[in-house]
Design a protein around this ligand. Sequence first.
Ligand code: NAG
Ligand code: NAG
Ligand code: NAG
Length: 398
Amino acid sequence: MPSKILVFTALVVFVNGYNDYEIRRPPADTGRNVMQLIKRNGYPFENHTVQTKDGYILEVHRIPHGRNTIGNDTRPPVLLVAGYFCGSADWVNFGPENSLGFILADEGYDVWLANYRGTRWSRKHAWLDPDVDRKEYWTFSFQQIGQYDVPAFIDYILSQTNQEKLFYIGHSQGTTSFFALTSEEPEYNKKVRLSIALSPVAYAGHMKSALAHLFAIFEDQIAESLEKNQRYEVFPHNPRLALIGRLFCQDGAATQDLCGLVFYAFAGYSNYLNKTMIPVIATNTPAGSSMVQALHYGQLLKSKKFRKYDYGEDKNLEIYGQSTPPDYDLRKITTPIAMYYGDKDPFTSKEDADRLASEVLHVAVRKIIDGYSHLDTMWGIGAQQLIFKDIIELMKQY
Ligand SMILES: *[C@@H]1O[C@H](CO)[C@@H](O)[C@H](O)[C@H]1NC(C)=O
Ligand SMILES: *[C@@H]1O[C@H](CO)[C@@H](O)[C@H](O)[C@H]1NC(C)=O
Ligand SMILES: *[C@@H]1O[C@H](CO)[C@@H](O)[C@H](O)[C@H]1NC(C)=O
């Protein structure tokens, strides 16, 4: 093992140049997990556990108040739900000035950061073992996250804070699961003051991402091979990635652009990626997830419908009582929705976002940001000015 590390280090130093590597330092938050990110930046951290009706044990991380302020239980709660492969750390990894989680805490909100099923801190279950009962544990998508995880978080937070309503902020799949919940269980609309949808996804028929198209085209083959090899879990949290991120992706590293390319391959190209932050991002992200989630998005792309998971005719009949999966009815969503997305987003296309906006009852705001890609609504250079400031102003009105 040590010799491997030595060779690896020599390679990095060789590729990046000894001097550059010595002089530059990755950002201080490199290597910090969510608790350390929150505490070391001067915020209070609380760790809460919630169990869903179907037995998943989930962590939700709380920043009860901002820096240099005392707790105040009149603070309005806000629940943040990140996208595919992301979790609580992704809202607090850009420092106090540029992370939405910190900005909200400093603005007087009681901030709750969700970790949905299967991700690093929520890879637990009351009776299933994710490493043994693989098919049962990992067969889920935004559908189950919306049906079980999101309502469990909402009800838990409302009971802990003695409030009747909260704010919801989702990114990507965090928006899809919100739409899945509130179109199926309209009473949850009453528990949410305002839902802020960053890079929202419901309809997906016009997704431009090559990756999404691959999932749509090879859905059957992928599903078959999953059944055979049981490798449902993809990109679990990996501490080695943090090291790779630190060595190859920090400022001054000759390989930093290569890291950018890996990033773009998954998330789509962006002009607004803050490359300095790749080592911090890679410390916690990807947080792990299920392949079934990608298959479900592939199905949405192919069918051009926003509907439940397609298990195949026989199983659909058994589960849904019909041979095709039922559609979600977006017209049942009465919560005001604020949409923010970029015009260069390969996952949130103009056509799909238009259709979503035309079906939900109440679009509070719709802002399309020039040049922004999928992750830029959370991490993009300038997001603080272009999006977060707007959100804070908007929230004051609800
Ligand atoms: C939260 O608490 C659980 C249970 O005690 C623990 O296993 C987990 O590591 C904690 N999470 C964090 C982020 O510290
Ligand atoms: C608690 O919040 C209310 C409403 O935002 C504010 O008026 C009050 O000053 C706060 N109290 C403390 C101790 O922070
Ligand atoms: C990248 O993010 C860090 C941390 O938020 C920030 O200090 C820096 O100014 C950002 N870089 C650019 C080019 O915006």
